[in-house]
Design a protein around this ligand. Structure first.
Ligand SMILES: Cc1ncc(COP(=O)(O)O)c(C=O)c1O
Length: 492
């Protein structure tokens, strides 16, 4: 190859205003030119001095870029001849050009990932405002105390614990959770049964991997929590939607549909999304079914801390005499979702299996929030915050119920207002909840449609969060909702 020709530099776009240093821009320019085939293996590149002159930069960044390209194997230097694109690089590099579309050839993906709903950017999931679900009154959170604890543990971490910790989580944190669960949720447990995980999704993922094989049938509530459906679909399970009535999951209907399911996923304290509390007789029926069929029950107790008109309802796990219930709890509702700390209460004989799966998935949970939450609980701040929020949310819940009854009573039927941070309203036939929810942002509302919670024939309505809207602003928000509903074409 003639030296004078091959030593022509590729176009290297230098931008002096860019925050990216010049040596990175030069390195990137050459690497892209090689990968795109603009520079061929064996082709000579200009000397660092010539390139610096061409680019009107000092030699220093060029030398830095060349050194990196040499060490990465894109360049080679030949004594007495100069610097070349490595002759050993494969000749047909153009196909390595990054492309967003495929050019043929099979790209086999798993069938189970194709079953998952698309992770779309929908206004309700990403919006903020009246009626947003999974949103708590963050302006009421004791951030001063929280950040003091964060700073303390950030400054003085326990060195052994930050290096590596137990796949089950920090001991003192598990002790604190155990005391809380025994007292507040009547969960039968010992700290050794508690595993800390990052979010209820991960809790269910680990549980599914321990208990279920691809193809195993699982009862889920219909309507139910879409993210639980996703985890189970992702695990390759066969989902069996079992209708929910005003006593919770209808066990007889489940038995008619598929008695030999391997597990049932339920939200007994506050069914998501309908808000029903599972009756005592249903709980016992479900546990009997599980025992008689060798099945498991997964209890998601995501917001059991908040109940307004009656004393709190204890866990299903607490009345299970056959160690068939896997209990999942979370700090997302009481602290905030991005804390990503949840826990599983595991039947004693399954602990080892859970640990093995947990280790394979994420080794162990992140350290800092475990320490902070332990102190937060031990100092009584957690219990105090729940008490305060219970009073506040009760007031907001009542304001929402009254406003809906007064303003939209002819259109919306209220369900499940006794607990939690949301209630559900159903629309008359003929209305499309997702379409209305998409328009809601213009009205400053964050409406969550009900229909995506169904796997089969959906009912349309909304899951209405009430935690973030002050009671005296609730009527205004409901009025906006009413104006939006009035604009709809309605039943055809
Ligand atoms: C039914 C249900 N389960 C669990 C959770 C909590 O999920 P995570 O712990 O992943 O934030 C939520 C939302 O707060 C929920 O609505």
């Amino acid at each position: 190859m003639a030296k004078d020709l091959s030593a022509i530099a590729p176009v290297i776009p230098i931008d002096r205003l860019d925050t990216l240093p010049l040596h990175r821009q030069i390195w990137e320019g050459f690497r892209t030119a090689i990968l795109c085939g603009h520079l061929q293996p064996g082709q000579q590149v200009p000397s660092s001095r010539h390139l610096a002159e061409d680019l009107e930069v000092s030699r220093c960044p060029v030398l830095g870029a060349y050194a990196r390209l040499l060490s990465e194997g894109y360049f080679e230097s030949r004594v007495g001849s100069g610097t070349f694109v490595s002759a050993s690089l494969p000749g047909q590099l153009p196909h390595r050009r990054r492309s967003r579309s495929t050019t043929g050839g099979s790209r086999c993906l798993s069938r189970r990932s194709s079953l998952l709903p698309r992770c779309e950017t929908v206004p309700w999931r990403h919006g903020w405002g009246p009626f947003g679900v999974h949103q708590s009154a963050l302006d009421q959170f004791p951030f001063a105390a929280w950040s003091k604890l964060l700073a303390e543990h950030g400054r003085k971490p326990r060195l052994r614990a930050i290096h590596h910790n137990d796949p089950m989580g920090l001991d003192r944190f598990r002790d604190a959770i155990c005391s809380y669960l025994r007292t507040a949720r009547a969960v039968e447990c010992d700290p050794s049964q508690i595993m800390i995980v990052s979010g209820s999704q991960q809790a269910l993922e680990i549980t599914a991997r321990v208990l279920l094989d691809p193809g195993d049938p699982v009862w889920i509530e219909e309507p139910g929590y879409p993210l639980a459906q996703s985890v189970l679909l992702g695990a390759g399970c066969r989902i069996v939607p079992v209708p929910v009535d005003d006593e919770g999951i209808n066990v007889s209907a489940g038995v008619n549909l598929l008695p030999k399911a391997r597990a049932a996923f339920v939200t007994p304290s506050h069914q998501y999304p309908l808000g029903v509390t599972m009756s005592a007789s249903r709980r016992l029926r479900l546990l009997d079914w599980a025992r008689d069929n060798g099945a498991w029950v997964v209890e998601d107790d995501y917001d059991g801390a908040y109940r307004y008109d009656t004393p709190s309802v204890s866990s299903l796990q607490g009345i299970d005499s056959d160690a068939r219930v896997i209990y999942i709890g979370t700090f997302s509702r009481v602290i905030f979702p991005s804390v990503r700390v949840s826990y599983i209460v595991i039947p004693p004989d399954l602990i080892e299996r859970f640990m093995a799966v947990r280790f394979s998935l994420g080794i162990f949970p992140s350290y800092l929030f475990q320490e902070v939450l332990t102190d937060f609980i031990r100092a009584g701040r957690f219990a105090r915050h729940i008490r305060r929020m219970r009073a506040l949310y009760k007031e907001r819940r009542t304001a929402l119920v009254e406003s809906v009854q007064n303003t939209c009573g002819d259109m919306l039927e209220i369900h499940g207002a006794a607990a939690g941070m949301h209630l559900t309203v159903t629309l008359p036939l003929g209305f499309n909840d997702a379409e209305i929810a998409s328009q809601a942002a213009k009205y400053g509302l964050c409406l969550w449609p009900l229909s995506p919670c169904y796997m089969n024939k959906p009912r349309h309505g909304f899951v209405l969060g009430f935690a973030t809207t002050p009671a005296d602003q609730m009527a205004g928000a409901v009025h906006q909702l009413w104006r939006l509903l009035k604009k709809q074409p309605g039943p055809s």
